[in-house]
Design a protein around this ligand. Structure first.
Ligand code: 5GP
Ligand code: MG
Ligand code: MG
Length: 183
């Protein structure tokens, strides 16, 4: 059973709110330099990337647009279902646009390789990926994010948008769950 206070279920904090904000600022500065003189459309992947999108976009010292796409490759637990479904498409026509896909974590890479493939057919000027976390050992698909916050070991993490059964997204830190949560 989970505890009444969301923070109590974390067994280990991997990244604090402060560390996350600092790293996002570094990424935003790099993005601003790389995209200088070009328009920028951030595409966030619902629902996990909500926090990253909000904070990365506000760390950007320049104009950008934001749109959202909802795709699902995960079941309700800690293992990928292996099937990608488009739940909500973009509202924006990305023809000739510089698209930066914003995600919170790359695990197997299935979701993003499917998405980049799908966006690739829409005549965007460019499509790149920014992700806060990546699990290199779990990668099974060829996904090459241009911006990565941190590489992490192959374990299930929650917080800062990342859920376990739709909970823990509202944690400010990122960490691993105590075993009692799973039983
Ligand atoms: P992928 O397609 O790369 O395997 O992962 C797709 C999605 O699975 C991620 O965007 C994320 O929503 C979810 N996911 C992957 N690894 C984790 C994890 O360690 N914790 C949580 N909460 N979700 C994860
Ligand atoms: Mg996600
Ligand atoms: Mg999830």
């Amino acid at each position: 059973m989970d505890s009444a206070h969301v923070q109590d279920d974390l067994v280990e904090v991997l990244f604090t709110e402060k560390q996350i904000q600092d790293r996002l600022q570094e990424m935003a500065d790099q993005i601003a330099a790389d995209y200088e003189g070009r328009d920028l459309l951030l595409v966030g992947i619902l629902r996990g990337a909500v926090m990253v999108m909000a904070d990365l976009a506000r760390a950007l010292p320049r104009h950008c647009e934001m749109d959202w796409i909802a795709i699902s490759s995960y079941g309700s637990g800690t293992k990928s279902s292996g099937v990608v479904r488009l739940l909500k498409d973009l509202d924006t026509d990305i023809t000739n646009r510089h698209v930066l896909v914003v995600d919170e974590i790359i695990d197997t890479g299935l979701t993003l390789s499917w998405l980049v493939n799908s966006l690739g057919g829409r005549n965007a000027a460019s499509v790149e990926i920014a992700t806060l976390l990546r699990k290199p050992e779990a990668l099974t698909m060829p996904v090459e994010p241009r911006y990565v916050g941190w590489d992490i070991p192959n374990e299930f993490v929650v917080g800062y948008g990342l859920d376990y059964r739709e909970r823990y997204r509202n944690l400010r830190d990122i960490g691993t769950l105590a075993p009692h949560v799973y039983s």
